[in-house]
Write a protein that binds this ligand. Sequence first.
Ligand SMILES: [Zn+2]
Length: 569
Amino acid sequence: MRYFYIFLFTCLISISCSSNKSEPADLVFLNGTIYTVDESNPQVEAVAVKNGIILAVGSSEEIGEYISDQTEVVDLLGMTMTPGLIESHAHLMGIGYNKLELDLMYVKTYDELVEKVAEAVAKAEPGDWITGRGWHQDKWIEKPEKMVKGFQTNDQLNEVSPDNPVFLRHASGHATFANSKALELAGISNLKGERPGEVEGGEIILDELGNPTGVLTERASGIVGKLVPQETPERAAQALTLALKELAEKGITSFHDAGSGQETIDLLLKFKNEGKLTSRHYMMLAGSDPELLENWYKRGPMIDSVDHLFSVRSIKLFCDGALGSRGAWLLEEYTDRPGHFGHETLPMEVVGQVSEKAIPAGFQVNSHAIGDRANREVLDEYEAAFEKYPDAKDLRFRIEHAQHIDPEDIPRFGEMGVIAAMQAIHLSSDRPWAIDRLGEKRIVDGAYVWQKLMQSGAVVANGTDAPVEPVDPIPSFFASVSRQTLEGTPDGGYEASQKMTREEALKSYTLDGAYAEFEEDFKGSIEVGKAADFTVFDKNIMEIPESEILNSKVMMTIVGGKIVYEKPE
Ligand SMILES: [Zn+2]
């Protein structure tokens, strides 16, 4: 049996066909449980669509009026439909490349990681690079015997791959793991007697004898990373195709890319011109490339006000590391590494300089900040820049992640109109060990404080930071409302006062995401005149018990009135 009855309505006797009083629709959804995220009309049964835009909403009977013999009709059979979901922070090409290289995200032990590398080595030519990403030592169910500074060492990796260089990126993107062959090619082989492991903005982790363990944090990763063969245009197109498919399958209709360069922009434009974009895209320019920024300051933002498929209007700055690798920049030392505060990954005055250029040029600035020190410094830089342009309104600068904020700084988000682009799923994955890094007080006062931020008047946009986490919005929605791990622990959730309601969680994934890209008048809620972007679920994610949310599935994804995904039977 099919999940949906989709048919071209041929005017039969029983139901009245479009009379002259209603404009016929191209596409109609009937008999749904439809959450609109429109406060004035929160729930409806049916929607009519014409030319990619919502023509009418109402009861199935009312919307039946819009059916002509040219109308495609989807009978939702009671299923749940929401506005199309907006992923507000993830990495588009990373999602695609992840599918082209070793996916280590679901690896449960270090032995399993080594096994996967061994399999890849068996298939590779001598000297070929073995690349992968997504490993996370804190997600392994058991730790290897030898750990240095919280990470595994590469002894086993060297055994299975003596001749092929191996380079594996951490799930957070803030560390890498290389075998001896790769380190040797990069000239990192024996640091004994030299100044140990510190490099500018990162660290080559060494064991007690001064031997590199294979783990490189932050900018140290680049020493090996720059040797990995460059991606070809064919591979990039392949990766983008895979990423778009993944978004459609997961119900994502709009996507904020958290930092890319001109090559990716050109590729997206090419896909757009070829009619291959099955979701809408909002790009943050990679702030690590000053030349790219200079070019775009001159050019100004590219706002797609016709198709609303691809806009470039923001700049991404990377201001600190992540909690997992203890790179997040803190005001006080790490609870589990005394004397260590993490570090900034670019000089803070750069945030100010970029902001001052971005405002007159019409760009939004989106700064990655995880630790409380990084969040404060970014807010300070934004504030100073805003003061220089008192007449500039509606700037909507963002802080990406905003995971750990000093209580004094929380109200500043609302006051300054700074958007917190957070990823609820990080709480599920990270909260069990984040307390080791920060200790109880800092966790309770300022970590993952969605409610405190919303109550400060801040807009909180949701997402996954894929491929750090899978791009699937359902686990992130679950995390938003339960504050539990994906295993459903602890009972009642972590710091329960900070949970989102289901309505807030849905809004963070729709209308607030649209606001975060200046598109709330065009999409993010199901209202007449807005984009016909929808996500359909088999279960009513707004009503079912929390424990059932993770078993829900995306059944259909609609972008601009086109069905871009339908769950196969
Ligand atoms: Zn990111």
